[in-house]
Design a protein. Sequence first.
Length: 216
Amino acid sequence: MMPKTIYYILPFALFLVLTFVGSYLPSKYYFYLYILKTFSVGFLLFYWRKNFVELYSRINSREILLALISGVFVLVCWVGGEGIFPTIGTPKAISPFAETSSLWISWTFIGIRLIGAAIMVPVLEELFWRSFLMRYLIDKDFYKVPLGAYTHFSFWTAATLFALEHFRVLPGFLAGVIYGGLLCYSKNIWVPILSHAITNLGLGLYVLITGKWIFW
């Protein structure tokens, strides 16, 4: 039997490795690598779904409203802070319409990109950062730690590391604090997952409407 930590760490590690590889490939390969990343990581999460017992909970209407409001708030801060807050590195602005002459291929990628950003990524990251790491930093036998348990060290360390995963560090830190706070408040992993999904979906729609591909 594999250690319980593997179910959380391996999908996230695969996600990071493929993201890192993609940053060094010519832009024309970015879309295909993203498709590979979305489906390979998504497959692991689905295959190991029975091990994520925290996902087998329900979310009520009040929690949905809380996730909606917080998700939109993070989105506004993320977009509104562009050019104001410092970044780590320089994000690439890669438009699928500029990289391929086929509209069908471009829109297929956009559809998969939205699915990855609004479904796979929120589930992956909230399972790793909030469900796993926040508890693991309290006790290595993290399954014994209640979901949403708070200590200064675990909460702020997870939020800081989450921020460093992103180009936009300060909006990323704010997002990490809000998503972590949602879990501590609700004790329901679906609340930060939904909030994260709303932020990412909104960001994707913003990119499509404005053409500001630098956010993707």
